[in-house]
Write a protein that binds this ligand. Structure first.
Ligand code: SAO
Length: 392
């Protein structure tokens, strides 16, 4: 039974939720309010929940493999009998998975034996969201399971190398995660689909939706300094270059996505205005004098010593007073870190022996590498920031 102090905590959370919601004009398009409501509702759930609820990951993965999310979005209501027939799974399995997913809000139970979609069901049909769930299940979960044993064996110390952390311990390899995934059929391709859509979820804005790209970058392009405007370093399949071109079709200067050969050589269907280039960012940057070098979701993957090498290689290509370094990454606050961000810090720890960094950690890293921070931009809510820097 709930104690008095527990129930007053629950009551306080409910009234905070109500106040926050009633102070917002449009909850769905107000990221700060959305993030606050999400955090409060998590606390509310935790205050009401008994600590014996598990099994969620498997149900989501299985439902995706059985295409239950697609089937419910295509037609609703659907009976568990018809879902079992179409998916080929035993009826009892479909019933048990769906009633669990309904408890999590992933599907809606409409009647006994009948289900329909929720907003989460619709998100689960997006290609990148599905790829993210698959990546989580296949690449993260084994390391998550093995991480406590890894820490037991290494004296509970943070890993210092990207080739000798919980991921390598779980997978039995000495490769870094990208090299290892490139050897597993389909794994790197799935990872790239996941990254392509990471910021296109309906809940969160992409960086170019809130950062003033035109004013800070595009307007200042000067072809006499270099022919490139935007160099996406470790840019994967070029999705950020394409987003910029969609938003600013008349932008001046060239764009390029740089990545390792197993990513670049696999690119199809890229906007022809985006160049693709094999480049290892631990080696000197071949494109000199670009207006902007973009490092999104890169530095959190690496130990500080490797980040210093990546930054040194960029510094020597940049023109002081002209070229900008834009680091697209979570920037941790000192207090009240949103759960999304702290969990992604733990993911980086477990998968890459990496870390998310705070404002002061980014500033120290950049100043040590010969840069000055122009401004650290952060969007409302729990989205990633942009650390804007120049060479000194
Ligand atoms: N040494 C390296 N040089 C260049 N790219 C690398 C290297 N190691 C890993 N990568 C790439 O770093 C990327 C990290 S994922 C980030 C992709 C993209 N910037 C985005 O934000 O969506 C992957 O595409 C990797 O293939």
């Amino acid at each position: 039974m709930a104690t008095n102090s527990q129930s007053s905590h629950t009551t306080t959370l409910i009234s905070k939720l109500q106040t926050t919601a009633s102070n917002s004009q449009n909850i769905e398009h107000d990221e700060a309010t959305r993030a606050t409501l999400l955090q409060l509702s998590r606390e509310l759930t935790a205050s009401l929940q008994a600590p014996d609820e598990g099994g969620a990951f498997m149900c989501v993965r299985l439902a995706d493999e059985l295409r239950l999310f697609d089937l419910l979005c295509e037609q609703s209501p659907r009976t568990t009998v018809s879902l079992a027939e179409i998916s080929g799974a035993e009826h009892g399995l479909v019933v048990r998975v769906l009633r669990t997913l309904a408890g999590m809000g992933f599907v809606a139970q409409l009647d006994s034996g009948e289900y329909g979609p929720t907003a989460v069901t619709r998100q689960m049909t997006m290609r990148s969201v599905r790829a993210g769930d698959k990546f989580f299940h296949e690449e993260s979960l084994p390391s998550v399971r093995q991480a406590p044993e890894y820490f037991r064996q290494n004296g509970r110390r943070l890993p210092r190398s990207m080739t000798d952390g919980p991921y390598q311990f779980a997978e039995g390899t000495g490769d870094d995660p990208f090299t290892w995934m490139s050897k597993k059929p389909g794994a790197m391709e799935n990872f790239n689909v996941f990254m392509q859509g990471l910021f296109g979820t309906p809940a969160r804005l992409g960086w170019s939706d809130w950062y003033p790209v035109k004013e800070q970058v595009l307007d200042g392009f000067d072809a006499t300094k270099g022919e490139f405007c935007f160099v996406d370093v470790g840019g994967g399949k070029g999705h950020e270059c394409e987003t910029l071109l969609r938003k600013y079709p008349d932008m001046k200067g060239k764009l390029v996505t740089q990545d390792l050969p197993f990513v670049i050589d696999d690119i199809q269907d890229l906007d022809p205005r985006v160049e693709k280039m094999n480049h290892d960012f631990t080696k000197p940057q071949p494109i000199k004098g670009a207006r902007a070098y973009f490092l999104q979701n890169i530095l959190h993957n690496w130990a500080t010593s490797v980040c210093e090498t990546i930054l040194a290689n960029l510094k020597s290509a940049m023109v002081p007073g002209y070229s900008k370094l834009l680091i697209g990454n979570i920037v941790l606050a000192d207090t009240d870190v949103p759960l999304r961000q702290s969990l992604l810090d733990i993911s980086m720890l477990v998968l890459h022996s990496g870390q998310q960094r705070s404002r002061s950690e980014f500033t120290e890293l950049l100043e040590g590498a010969g840069f000055k921070v122009v401004k650290i931009w952060v969007p409302p809510g729990d989205g990633d920031g942009i650390v804007e820097a120049e060479v000194v």
